[in-house]
Design a protein around this ligand. Sequence first.
Ligand code: DAH
Length: 342
Amino acid sequence: MIKFEEKTKQILQELDADIKSDNIYNIENLRIKYLGRKSELSKLLKDIKNAPKEKRKNIGLLLNRTKNAIQTKLEKIKEEIEKEELDKSIKKDKIDITEPGIRPTKGNLHPITKLLYKSIDIFTNMGFEVYEPYQIDDDYNNFESINIPKEHPARDAWDTFWTEDGQILITHTSSMQNRILSSKTPPIRAVVPGRCFRNEATDARHEHTFHQIEGVYVDKQITFTDMLGTLQTYFEAFFEKEIKVKFMPDYFPFVEPGGQIALSCVLCNGKGCKVCKNSGWLEILGCGMIHPNVLKEAGIDPNIYTGFAWGFGLERLIMLKNGIDDIRLFHSGDIRFIKQFK
Ligand code: DAH
């Protein structure tokens, strides 16, 4: 019995020493060492049978107490280690609520949207109101009301998408001219930025879907030079440089006289380059003095009032401003393209 008492005491002392040492982190090793099949305690348990019969019960109790003591110590140390690890991880993962947040990466406006906004700003600063066109409209507004009657050969100039019930995906923002002119009394100053559609094959310079900015200005004594001045002001603000404008006669049914305005080339400043085909000029827009028939149709007396109108494609301007050589990039959905316009 004395031998057993001493041995168990020794076992517990050894365990305490082990626990004090740094080497306690593998509790499973300690469990095997002190409670496993080859442990001192197991040997003592096997030894019971050699002890005198009357002492066996007490030895059994002693060894059981020792086993429980070892288990309790191991449990305790296990809890301590777990708590220590939890504390450590809490410290490590601590959230500093005073730290500034991480900003999510933001997208940016599409170049068309951006320069559409810029254009609207320029025109509203000059006193123009802004109208959005209907994207699907009728024959009357897209053609007839602006002096393009049915069967008029000029209709061929606009490759048109028709809906099954005879509506039109607007071919130009001129589709708003009659609505604006007939709903207001002069002075009328309005711009119509919007999407237009043409049923034509696409290439680097043509898209089936594109944007135009239409403008109308009607009042007493409005002249051709007002038109040139207004458009020159817009283009200089848009390209942020001095620009010359030149008028060349052309035919549009809704204006008389009608024509094209060319800008001094914004890339070579009129010296001649690849983009302006060495001419020094870029043909940019259609414009003219509003045809008396268009004014009459809108209920405006052409003997009292005159006005001018214009329409141009926005993509072409953005391409010139940013050195983009393919119009199809605008609708490509390629995020790398859009990201260049932050
Ligand atoms: N609507 C014409 C087009 O899409 C552009 C245009 C030309 C508009 C002359 C006008 C204008 O208002 O006066 O080709």
